[in-house]
Design a binder for this molecule. Structure first.
Ligand code: GLA
Length: 738
């Protein structure tokens, strides 16, 4: 998959679907030649590097060659201070404060497969699934070395990129900026798509046309954030959901990040993604190395939906831990919105018994089971059971729950500490912030210094002991505030703090998932505040949002599906009026939305009427039919809640030739269009299909071209013949090829 023109030092990474081509330019730096749909290999691609547009008085030609200026050539790893005034991929400060670097190519290696990145989550591939190219360079003055790493996957239109810096010089240097990916595209006719939001409305799809200047999404919160997701796509302005060129960047990282597209004065686009350079200053002593996190670069010529499908496949096959990919996730019930902090053993026992009766498989005890935590002001860090609430201990409760045939799960917020806790008295030095300055509270809590290995050890010991005592099946790992006063009391350099904090989080995740591989982790950060591939490497599912309102969830889940597979999206049915919006929605509507994710309930079963209980039992059976499709099916978005009044999507399993469609209309409007149908995708034109509940069969071409009939809608006059009407209409259709 990696073809090399030795003499001209041209590297062509291709798997028949995509091509990524670059070469070593005459100044020794790597120059970009092509990225996109696969090209036939040629013995010489040098004509791909164009040198037009060089205006001699504003550019700085290399060795007097007016045709060669860093300002105009397309590059793979641009440096600062040599005549390219766009953003550099790297800034390294020497002892005199200079930021000038000049990396020259020295060698390359090709390897089968893909190796892990030390200390960091990353995609994985067996020897026959990928090939990796390493390009080595050195700055001949500072003797700082760079290794650019490219992996191409054999069956996926994806390139993984990362880099490593090594200080082979004699002076300590400081890395001030290091992009994991920098890619120069020859054009700028793109729309930039990103997923933005806030608490309770995460990952709404945003679109803007590129224009000269820098278009950026980022986080400096110490977490990837509710506000901006570490994902960005560039879509040709003519591309649609189903057609045309789109490329996407995912960052396999959960902390401060930047993702940006910079359009220059020649209408070329520089795409970059990496750790946010603000407040990042990494000291590199002689012989030390720094590993960047990884970026996954995905390409599709089948529109945004094609890009999502490729990303979903890659995340399933090469990022989520293998043991979870095909394993069906348990239908869970979480007591948070049912009880908040107000529970005891008897209440939980009854809760679990009723849940079991409904067909639920996993009972998750949320916040409030430890320390003296009766509200959110105390006890984070004191991971010892609260004997007032659970006098027989957490092990005894787990045993009772398991005796009913349920799995047992617990909520933890390992990274946090309450100002009122035993832990803070024992270890005030473990709190993030400066000793002699006030510490800003968030949700009444402070942050533990995960850059300190003692903190990680303490939590590993505490969590292991509870996992073993309860024979725990599941952990919801929460993180309810962002970092303020980023400062370690134990000597971590301030510019290294954010990254070292995250390395500590990954270390704890790594130790727990290695020692307890059967415990299913669900990540959470006040809902979806850390919904990223760094987390998914350890925790295959994530609580998508604290907002469980089904109408709001349409946008949250639709937006999330652009970058992440449905198997990662925690989606539950909650009580009404909804606790985040006070909206009332029908139980059917809530479940029809929640089916398209990892399903569960967030309510008190004893508050359900007999009729509702019967409905919940049916819902769980229905989910059992949807679930295999979530893990093995291909997802098609059919109608967007961001553009249309109806939302629709479908999952289709090409091998089993069956699928499921979800269709939703939250608000009725009078005198609607008649002959309403929903055009499906992914079927075979000439095959016949049965749609459960509709008493005739359909050809694939009919379902895709004319559409699935949605039934007659109330129009104010047709009262005798209507199939549906009113607000919150929804339908889930199961489809099978005959
Ligand atoms: C966060 C989570 C909720 C719940 C509470 C508990 O807000 O997102 O699901 O676990 O914390 O305090």
């Amino acid at each position: 998959m990696i073809r090399i023109n030795e003499e001209s030092k041209q590297f062509h990474l291709t798997n028949g679907t995509i091509s990524y081509i670059f070469h070593i330019m005459k100044n020794g730096q790597p120059g970009h030649l092509y990225y996109g749909k696969a090209l036939r290999h040629q013995d010489d691609f040098s004509h791909f590097q164009t040198y037009e547009n060089v205006a001699p008085n504003t550019t700085h030609p290399f060795e007097g060659d007016p045709g060669f200026s860093l300002e105009t050539v397309k590059q793979e790893f641009p440096v600062y201070g040599k005549g390219d005034y766009r953003e550099a991929a790297v800034l390294i400060e020497g002892e005199q404060g200079q930021l000038i670097s000049d990396f020259e190519y020295t060698s390359y290696q090709v390897e089968k497969g893909k190796s892990a990145l030390s200390g960091l989550p990353s995609s994985y591939a067996a020897d026959d699934q990928a090939e990796t190219l390493r390009i080595q360079m050195i700055d001949p003055f500072s003797k700082v070395e760079v290794e650019l790493v490219y992996t191409i996957f054999s069956d996926d239109p994806v390139i993984a990129r990362s880099c490593r810096i090594k200080n082979s010089g004699e002076e300590t240097v400081q890395i001030k900026r290091l992009m994991s990916l920098s890619l120069d595209l020859p054009e700028a006719d793109y729309d930039m798509l990103h997923l933005s939001g806030a608490w309770a409305r995460e990952r709404h799809l945003q679109r803007k046309r590129l224009s000269p200047g820098i278009h950026q999404v980022s986080s400096q919160r110490g977490a990837s954030s509710h506000q901006q997701n570490p994902f960005l796509a560039l879509k040709r302005t003519t591309a649609t959901e189903q057609t045309g060129e789109v490329m996407g960047l995912h960052f396999v990282y959960s902390g401060n990040f930047v993702a940006q597209a910079e359009v220059d004065h020649y209408d070329t686009t520089r795409l970059q993604m990496g750790i946010h350079p603000t407040r990042f200053e990494w000291n590199l002593s002689p012989e030390d190395s720094f590993q960047s996190p990884e970026v996954l670069l995905t390409y599709s010529d089948q529109g945004l939906n094609g890009l999502s499908q490729a990303a979903h496949r890659l995340i399933h096959d090469h990022l989520i831990a293998k043991r979870w990919v095909k394993k069906e996730r348990p239908v869970l019930i979480n007591n948070w919105e049912a009880t908040y902090f107000d529970f005891n053993e008897q209440k939980l026992d009854k809760f679990a018994a009723e849940a079991k009766e409904l067909g639920i498989e996993l009972f998750v005890l949320d916040d409030g089971w430890f320390g003296k935590r009766n509200d959110d002001t105390t006890s984070l860090g004191d991971w010892f059971v609260d004997k007032e609430k659970l006098p027989n201990g957490i092990g005894a409760l787990a045993e009772k729950v398991k005796a009913k045939g349920l799995q047992f799960g617990l909520w933890f917020e390992p990274e946090m500490i309450s100002p009122e806790s035993e832990l803070i008295e024992q270890h005030p030095e473990w709190v993030v912030g400066m000793p002699d300055r006030p510490h800003t509270l968030g949700r009444n809590q402070l942050v533990l210094d995960f850059s300190n290995p003692e903190v990680v050890d303490y939590l590993f010991e505490r969590m292991s002991s509870i996992i073993e005592e309860t024979k725990l099946d599941y952990i919801k790992w929460d993180m309810n505030r962002n970092i303020t006063e980023p400062f370690s009391k134990t000597g971590t350099a301030p510019g290294e703090f954010f990254h070292r904090y995250l390395l500590g989080v990954y270390e704890l995740y790594d130790r727990l998932t290695t020692n307890y591989p059967d415990v299913l982790f669900e990540s959470c950060a006040g809902g979806g505040g850390r919904f990223d591939l760094g987390m998914m490497y350890y925790a295959p599912q994530a609580w998508a949002s604290d907002d469980t309102d089904a109408v709001e969830r349409l946008k949250i889940q639709y937006g999330t599906s652009i970058a992440y597979p449905l198997s990662t999206i925690g989606s539950h049915v909650s009580a009404v009026p909804n606790h985040q919006t006070l909206r009332e929605t029908a139980l059917k509507f809530r479940a029809d939305v929640a089916y398209f994710g990892t399903f569960g309930y967030e309510l008190d079963p004893s508050q359900l009427t007999e009729e509702e209980k019967a409905e919940v039992k049916k819902q769980i059976k229905t989910y059992k039919q949807v679930q295999p499709l979530i893990q093995s099916g291909t997802f098609y978005r059919l109608s967007s809640p961001f553009d249309q009044s109806e939302t629709a999507w479908m999952l289709w399993d090409e091998e089993k030739r069956e699928g499921v469609v979800g269709w939703y209309k939250p608000i009725f409007y009078p005198n609607p269009k008649n002959n309403q149908t929903l055009k499906l995708r992914g079927l075979s034109e000439s095959a016949s299909y049965e749609v459960a509940g509709l008493n005739r069969t359909f050809y694939g071409d009919e379902l895709m071209q004319r559409g699935l009939p949605l039934g007659i809608e109330f129009n104010g006059a047709n009262t005798g013949s209507i199939d549906r009407g009113g607000d919150q209409q929804s339908h889930v259709y199961f489809i099978k090829e005959l």
